[in-house]
Design a protein around this ligand. Structure first.
Ligand SMILES: NC(=O)c1ccc[n+]([C@@H]2O[C@H](COP(=O)([O-])OP(=O)(O)OC[C@H]3O[C@@H](n4cnc5c(N)ncnc54)[C@H](O)[C@@H]3O)[C@@H](O)[C@H]2O)c1
Length: 329
């Protein structure tokens, strides 16, 4: 049985807490949030303890796994605190705000001998797992070019932290990091990143990025993302190989839609990708981690996978700022 504490009681904290509460080999034992009311509200739902300070929580409650669901720029502080206390760590994507922080996170967790699991949930979306398996089994021959897009409404986090682009990294880091990780899973190492986007444009509640990745294998991927859709989440994928084309669109079951901005409506919260299957990919992802901790096996997503996804996102932001392609070391 893994005893779990969730840090951050917002959209993802609630999603993760709900998953652990339903898992037979996990027990949610505490919730921590700088806003004690938010922590208390979530803790009350599962009759567990609420804390505003992670160190008090770690000294007062017996915990095996700390699950970090706070704004991205705060992840590194919680990774350090949990590793120092010898706790295993699950951390929402992006693993950290910067590559330097991600390198530090990987190093300190290795030194502390604790598991660091970057929550790259796309690998647990069955359609993305199936596409991955088809691609690596050679279903379209040798992959040549890939195109992905991921579009959603502007995320409205607590105190609108996503709108602080320096802290969230905007769409080029925060959202299409899902695709960077999935593409690396399919095609391996990325050697060069070139990007265009609105990252420093200061257009209120809108962001867009088009990122071109060149892989060591020669594959080129165009990764597009926006926070400009007033309605739900849309993701598409095309992978062309020497033997054919694989394509996917999350809208295929709904060929025509019209979405209108609600007049005067300020919706709080973040639109998260939905899956057509009944078991939430977030549940499947966390169940995988808990099972790995129970059996002492290595999770499918490594700390280095989390680091490399941040490295690509940071290179994309640098490329947007400088107009130059960025070679990855
Ligand atoms: N995997 C996904 O699909 C997905 C979707 C949305 C967000 N995310 C990621 O999850 C993380 C959290 O995003 P969210 O949408 O849940 O945000 P949110 O704003 O809904 O929730 C964040 C919570 O953290 C609390 N908080 C803020 N600063 C804190 C601090 N220093 N210490 C402790 N608590 C603090 C806030 O009070 C809030 O309750 C981000 O890294 C985000 O990029 C992932």
């Amino acid at each position: 049985m893994q005893r779990v504490a969730v840090v951050g009681a917002g959209t993802m904290g609630r999603t993760h807490a709900d998953a652990y509460a339903r898992m037979p080999n996990a027990e949610l034992v505490a919730v921590c949030d700088v806003k004690i009311d938010a922590a208390q509200q979530l803790a009350d739902k599962y009759s567990v303890r609420a804390f505003a300070d992670v160190r008090s929580m770690l000294s007062e409650v017996d915990v095996d796994l700390v699950d970090i669901c706070t704004p991205t720029h705060t992840h590194i502080d919680y990774i350090k605190a949990a590793a120092a206390a010898g706790k295993h760590i699950c951390c929402e994507k992006p693993l950290t705000r910067t590559t330097g922080q991600a390198m530090e996170a990987v190093r300190i967790c290795e030194e502390a001998g604790v598991v660091l699991f970057p929550a790259q949930v796309l690998r647990w979306f069955p359609e993305f797992r199936k596409m991955h398996d088809l691609i690596v089994s050679g279903a379209v021959g040798t992959p040549v070019v890939a195109r992905t897009s991921r579009c959603s409404a502007y995320p409205r986090g607590t105190d609108d932290w996503f709108a602080d682009m320096k802290n969230s990294g905007g769409v080029a880091l925060d959202m299409i990091i899902h695709d960077y990780d999935w593409l690396r899973w399919c095609f391996g190492k990325v050697k060069r990143v070139y990007a265009r986007g609105l990252y420093e444009s200061n257009i209120p509640l809108t962001d867009y990025a088009l990122v071109t990745l060149r892989f060591d294998s020669g594959v080129i991927a165009h990764v597009e993302g926006n926070w400009a859709r007033p309605g739900g989440f849309v993701a598409t994928v095309e992978v062309a190989g020497t033997d054919g084309l694989l394509s996917y669109s999350s809208t295929d079951a709904v060929p025509l839609t019209i979405e209108l901005k609600a007049k005067g409506e300020e919706k709080v919260g973040v639109t998260v990708p939905e899956s057509p299957v009944s078991q939430s990919p977030y549940y499947l992802e966390l169940e995988h981690l808990v099972n790995c901790l129970e059996t002492g096996t290595k999770p499918e997503v490594s700390p280095e996978d989390g680091l490399e996804a941040v490295r690509i996102g940071e290179a994309a932001l640098k490329s947007i700022s400088t107009g130059q392609p960025i070679a990855l070391a």
